[in-house]
Write a protein that binds this ligand. Structure first.
Ligand code: GDP
Ligand code: CA
Length: 344
């Protein structure tokens, strides 16, 4: 009857949670899982509210994900996106498949009828049955932007562009000076979020982007404090293996906030719950020093040398295989999370 809460971004968080559910099905069938999802990547596009991380988690756990892409649906056409592009509208670099568009249309319809994002998410999950309680981090719009260091295309130096434009259009290859999270300071945690952290037996930071996924969730007022105060153990899984971001560009985000791309540096950036942490208030670029959030941090076996450094920093650590190659190798990572949580 273990209560587990996961703080997730998109692909990394979704794949980890799928492995966790498999592990729990075999070992702890009465357990329940709540996934608090980053909504900082959300945006309005073509008149629709797009929630990339919520949808990736919902489709992955509900059996509707396009496995090769890691987002969107399998076997969908781009006919609608192509038509929108023919009008010169939308973002041609951010294609939305037509099955996926149905989700955005239904969500937007619900939001325009007065539902909150939590309510719309619950409605969509009635169809997908992800096997977890899926909660957006906040019902208020929080949108991560980056500030451009230099002019590019139609943008001037110093302009803010949406995170997804930097990530998908520019593949994070144009220099930016900071993250600016519009709406963050006045946002509040969505209903159930603080309770899910407070009442959990175990909180997991899966191998999601530590800056724009987990960092954004932690920056919602009240969430970091809830993690500091919970009686649950808090265990993280490194998204960095051997000094690079696995299948991703998280290193570009870490560079912007001045954190080295290494398993040890990311663990120490989250900080030990037992001592002061490194980053705190003011969004993911800020430094408030309000305290760390981890009891334990798993690193990959190639990063075994990081264990001593993390333990010196007050974070219990172990080096185990962290490549999520398939569901069963990911379930093995979840097993390691459960094992180390029993030791702290
Ligand atoms: P996004 O919102 O779709 O970018 O997904 P997340 O923020 O949840 O996770 C992205 C991060 O997952 C990447 O930056 C990688 O560092 C990490 N990641 C992806 N695959 C693996 C894997 O197999 N093992 C580990 N340890 N991390 C991974
Ligand atoms: Ca994301």
């Amino acid at each position: 009857m273990t209560k587990i809460t996961v703080l997730a971004g998109g692909v990394g968080g979704a794949r980890f949670t799928r492995g966790l559910l498999q592990e729990l099905a075999n070992t702890d069938a009465g357990s329940s899982v709540t996934v608090i999802v980053n909504t900082g990547d959300d945006m309005w596009l073509d008149g629709l509210r797009i929630c990339p991380d919520l949808d990736t988690v919902m489709y992955t756990l509900g059996g509707g994900i396009n496995e090769e892409q890691g987002w969107g649906r399998p076997d969908e056409s781009r006919r609608t996106s192509t038509e929108i592009a023919a009008y010169g509208r939308g973002w041609p670099w951010f294609t939305l498949g037509d099955l996926d568009l149905a989700t955005h249309i239904v969500r937007t319809d619900l939001l325009r009828s007065g539902s909150t994002l939590s309510e719309a998410t619950e409605f969509l999950c009635r169809r997908w049955q992800p096997g977890v309680t899926l909660l957006p981090m906040s019902d208020q719009p929080v949108e991560t932007h980056v500030r451009l260091a230099a002019a590019v295309d139609e943008h001037a130096a110093g302009d803010l562009i949406h995170f997804e434009e930097w990530w998908v259009r520019y593949r994070a290859h144009v220099e930016v000076t900071e993250f600016v999270q519009i709406g963050l300071e006045t946002s509040t945690a969505a209903p159930g979020v603080l309770e899910a952290i407070r009442d959990a037996d175990l909180v997991i930071l899966p191998p999601s982007n530590p800056v724009v996924s987990v960092g954004t969730i932690l920056a919602v007022p009240g969430i970091r404090e809830a993690l500091r105060a919970t009686r649950a153990r808090v265990v993280g899984v490194s998204p960095i293996i051997g000094g690079s971001a696995v299948r991703g560009m998280a290193d570009h985000c870490l560079n912007v906030i001045g954190v080295e791309t290494s398993a040890a540096a990311v663990g120490l950036h989250y900080g030990s719950r037992g001592s002061g942490g490194v980053s705190g208030t003011g969004g993911v670029s800020g430094t408030g020093g309000v305290g760390g959030v981890l009891d334990a941090w798993l690193v990959d076996e190639t990063d075994a040398a990081a264990v001593a450094e993390l333990e010196a920093g007050g974070i219990r650590s172990a080096a185990v295989p962290l490549w999520m190659r398939d569901v069963s190798s990911t379930a093995a990572i979840a097993r390691e999370v459960l094992a180390i949580s029993a030791l702290v």
